[in-house]
Write a protein that binds this ligand. Structure first.
Ligand code: UDP
Length: 479
């Protein structure tokens, strides 16, 4: 039985299925948005620096979405596992966005794979927190990644509120596209994910393809699937230059060129070089090795390129890459390109802007991507993207217009595409101006509007179905 039944809301105006993220959705009159959402992020904190370890796109997603939801009048409280004894119980991330640190297991030394053993402790912390607040404090639970989904399943049921879940990545999808020699995700994760999919009132997928994968691999009910594209912070990620007078100003090749020149000067990069950037977590799944191998192919064909090629790798080891953090350095040495590849530890987003602006192209040879936020960020800065045609990358990148999509991971194929930037000096700027215009369509404001509409639907549905909690339990337990 639920402790605090959700306030009754009238049925109606349910918009099942997909949402158009570019459409501004007017709040419905007969249903209401939640006043406050419990956002669950068990394994990684929105306060962590993304780009290494467990912190990446999901952290950015939660920060940006929460801020924009708060601006729409939906308060957010993010529960995350405390990873240091120094952390205060709560931190205000932004007006209307509170981070709550939950003690569950030792502060340090636990890897993500060990967290399933701490889910009871984490859930206990979440339920204890809510029990100390006024009844009905949270109107809805939004969980991120399957570990949080397990907690959300129970919390939503206990509080009698809807559960909205975002997968971010799926074990079955990852395992189907593993890099050679990479470690597969365990069967226990697949079981846990399947339970969460069954328990959730609404599942938010990043793309149509991800929604289809949820239905295909996890038997997700199509009526409970909604597609909401993630966004990019257009205040932070934007081209620079004399023509750039702020948001909404025209982006042209001159602006992109000016931004690049200034950023290269700040980073100490040669003004005339072809700069092929990798940015993000360094792990086999992201395939930075393919970029290095492609560069080696280019150099083999034309050794004179050594004078005018720079390959910065910005980010730190993560996931299965943590087992061999030195492997990319070793590969650079084996390929004889240590003078070209420059490793840099992860940086904050304002500093990352300079790396994007400085690059001729961002290169993303990923084997799998739920979306790939860096593709949007680089484009928003006026930098084209050369990306593997996987996950959300074909949504972010328009092949031939804002960058190039490459099938497969053969370094020769990648070298062929990268060669175009060497052959045509103005190609990066030309595609970059179109890339900035493309990315400008992906503001987080639209993502938050669409997410709030999913919340409204979930609440309308919950209000019209008093047996929902019991049916959620039945659905998930049957898995
Ligand atoms: N990032 C960062 N600093 C870095 C490298 C990456 O802040 O040095 C951020 C980047 O801005 C992006 C996120 O990390 O928002 C990576 O997200 P993406 O979706 O590309 O990959 P994921 O980490 O989710 O696999």
């Amino acid at each position: 039985m639920s402790q605090h039944p959700a306030r009754p809301v009238r049925r109606g105006q349910q918009q099942r299925g997909r949402l158009n993220p570019f459409q501004t959705l007017a709040p419905s009159r007969r249903t209401r948005r939640p006043r406050r959402v419990a956002m669950l992020s068990v394994h990684t904190s929105p306060l962590h620096q993304p780009g290494t370890g467990d912190a990446g796109g999901m952290n950015v997603y939660i920060v940006e979405l929460s801020k924009r939801l708060a601006a729409l009048g939906v308060e957010v409280e993010v529960f995350t596992r405390a990873t240091s004894s120094d952390l205060p119980p709560t931190v205000e991330l932004a007006p209307g966005v509170l981070v709550r640190h939950v003690t569950a297991g030792p502060y340090e030394g636990l890897v993500k794979e060990e967290l399933p053993a701490q889910l009871c402790a984490f859930t206990h912390g979440v339920l204890r927190t809510e029990a100390g607040l006024r009844p009905g404090h949270y109107d809805l639970v939004h969980s991120h990644y399957w570990l949080s989904g397990q907690v959300g399943w129970l919390a939503a049921d206990r509080w009698g509120v809807p559960l909205v879940h975002t997968m971010h990545t799926m074990a079955k999808v990852k395992n189907a596209a593993l890099a050679e020699g990479d470690t597969p995700e365990p069967a226990a994760r697949v079981i846990g994910e399947t339970q969460v999919v069954a328990a959730a009132d609404r599942l938010i997928a990043n793309t149509d393809d991800e929604a289809a994968e949820l239905a295909l691999h996890y038997d997700a009910d199509p009526h409970r699937l909604a597609v909401v594209h993630p966004g990019v912070n257009l205040e932070v990620f934007r081209p620079a230059g004399p023509r750039d007078q702020g948001r909404g100003s025209p982006v042209d090749e001159a602006a992109v060129r000016a931004g690049r020149t200034a950023a290269r000067a700040r980073l100490g990069l040669p003004a005339e070089a072809t700069v092929l950037l990798f940015a993000g977590r360094i792990q086999p799944l992201k395939a930075p090795d393919v970029l290095l191998r492609a560069v080696a192919v280019l150099l083999e064909r034309d050794p004179s390129l050594r004078e005018r090629l720079v390959v910065p790798v910005v980010g730190g080891p993560s996931g299965s890459g943590l087992a061999r953090p030195e492997s990319l350095h070793k590969l650079a040495a084996q390929l004889g390109i240590c003078d070209i590849v420059r490793f840099h530890p992860p940086v904050g987003q304002p500093a990352l802007v300079d790396w994007y602006r400085a690059a001729t192209a961002l290169v993303m040879p990923s084997h799998s991507e739920s979306f790939g936020l860096v593709a949007l960020e680089a484009q928003a800065c006026g930098t084209p993207v050369v990306a593997a045609a996987v996950g959300g990358l074909p949504v972010a990148v328009q092949d031939g217009r804002t960058g190039f999509l490459v099938d497969g991971h053969d370094p020769h194929d990648w070298a062929r595409v990268l060669q175009r930037f060497l052959d045509h000096a103005d190609l990066g700027e030309r595609l970059g101006a179109a890339a900035a215009r493309r990315a400008a369509r992906f503001g987080w404001g639209a993502s938050a509007e669409a997410t709030a509409e999913v919340y409204t639907e979930a609440m309308a549905r919950a209000g019209g179905d008093p047996g929902r909690g019991a049916s959620r339990l039945r659905r998930a337990s049957a898995r």
